[in-house]
Design a binder for this molecule. Structure first.
Ligand SMILES: *[C@@H]1O[C@H](CO)[C@@H](O)[C@H](O)[C@H]1NC(C)=O
Ligand SMILES: *[C@@H]1O[C@H](CO)[C@@H](O)[C@H](O)[C@H]1NC(C)=O
Ligand SMILES: *[C@@H]1O[C@H](CO)[C@@H](O)[C@H](O)[C@H]1NC(C)=O
Ligand SMILES: *[C@@H]1O[C@H](CO)[C@@H](O)[C@H](O)[C@H]1NC(C)=O
Ligand SMILES: *[C@@H]1O[C@H](CO)[C@@H](O)[C@H](O)[C@H]1NC(C)=O
Length: 327
């Protein structure tokens, strides 16, 4: 009798748990258009999803207790493991670190940061000139998205015209294996030399195809040089105020993937540079200083495609020690 009294609530609890998990799974698949090739695959993905769901719930409970500085959410990445994510989205640690020094042979103009005024926050989006966050998909072209977003904003500040420009043009024509990663400096150089097609003329395909250079780009976008800001968090902040958004690469861990809101902070960063983004501002939220960052995982990721990452917690947290801008 005692046993039954104890067991009934446990069984009931387990049934409810199973039912809600199943519903969450159905909901997830519908929301993100997930179709799996077999029942077996569906079951495999379901197990991974449940594990991610539990971790995300635990994380958000810690957030409620003030033990974390940001919230997580289930998103399109919830049916893959962390390992799969780092491989699929190019977040793996490259064998060679990407050092800005390597690229100093390009015409880079050192920015002279004279600004002394202490502006508490800045969001370049306030002045307009940004396309919605784009989605690199299964191509490790974050460095191309970082630079194209930067050039879109640069062209807007110069001409008042906001154009969506073509990442695919660079993916196809810059060099071989562009989906395997690269450096923003080469993308600036490419656009300075070749120009850049409109997104609508050369749409994104998530993989490298043959370079189509049979027509001239119609965007009229021109740049002449690359500027670089390096140094402390304060130097980077002043560089951002004086020069506009900064294209940068640094080393983040895969738990960026479930970011929803707040200031992302993790006690570990990857050892080597593994992701490139566009820094568009900075500020302080609930006592946490942050960099405001446009990412390339689509508008349905994070905070409308953006993330706030910790600033001033360490010197050059996660290796953010330099940024490039178009001139
Ligand atoms: C780039 O550097 C080369 C070699 O130093 C120089 O001749 C050229 O004028 C520079 N271009 C610009 C736009 O500064
Ligand atoms: C910046 O500082 C340098 C050296 O102190 C000075 O020559 C230059 O005029 C300053 N520029 C501005 C815009 O204040
Ligand atoms: C890509 O690789 C092939 C074969 O190695 C080479 O012939 C070609 O020139 C390369 N293309 C570019 C754009 O680097
Ligand atoms: C077009 O692209 C091909 C392959 O990348 C290259 O060999 C050729 O020089 C390019 N032509 C022009 C006009 O840029
Ligand atoms: C580029 O310039 C040409 C010639 O002035 C103009 O016809 C065209 O509309 C411009 N392209 C864009 C995207 O504004």
């Amino acid at each position: 009798m005692k046993l039954i009294v104890i067991l009934i609530p446990i069984i009931a609890f387990l049934l409810i748990e199973a039912k809600t998990s199943n519903e969450e799974w159905k909901h997830f698949k519908a929301e993100f258009n997930k179709i799996y090739k077999s029942n077996q695959e569906d079951q495999k993905r379901y197990k991974i999803f449940i594990k991610n769901l539990k971790n995300i719930r635990a994380h958000n409970q810690r957030f409620e207790l003030g033990e974390e500085t940001y919230m997580q959410e289930i998103n399109k990445f919830a049916d893959i493991t962390e390992d799969e994510f780092t491989k699929l989205y190019g977040l793996y640690e490259r064998s060679k670190p990407v050092k800005y020094d390597t690229y100093r042979t390009l015409n880079e103009t050192e920015s002279t940061n004279n600004a002394t005024d202490n502006i508490e926050s800045l969001d370049w989006r306030d002045l307009g000139g940004f396309t919605p966050a784009k989605d690199q998909g299964l191509c490790g072209a974050c460095y191309i998205f970082s630079v194209i977003g930067n050039i879109e904003n640069y062209h807007y500040r110069k001409t008042g015209q906001l154009l969506s420009l073509s990442e695919q043009h660079v993916v196809d024509c810059l060099s071989n294996y562009t989906c395997g990663g690269g450096h923003p400096a080469y993308v600036f150089q490419f656009v300075a030399n070749i120009g850049i097609h409109l997104e609508s003329d050369y749409p994104y395909r998530e993989q490298q195809n043959e370079c189509d250079n049979t027509t001239q780009p119609r965007s009229n976008v021109t740049l002449s040089d690359i500027g670089v800001v390096t140094g402390s968090d304060d130097d980077l902040k002043l560089g951002l105020i004086e020069n506009g958004p900064l294209s940068t690469c640094f080393s983040v861990t895969a738990n960026w993937r479930f970011y929803k809101s707040g200031v992302w902070y993790h006690n570990e960063c990857a050892q080597l540079s593994n992701h490139c983004v566009l820094v568009v501002g900075y500020g302080t939220e609930n006592g946490h200083d942050y960099w405001l960052i446009k990412n390339s995982w689509g508008p349905n990721w994070g905070d409308n495609g953006y993330i706030k990452m910790a600033r001033n917690t360490h010197k050059n947290y996660c290796g953010f020690n330099a940024g490039l801008y178009p001139i």
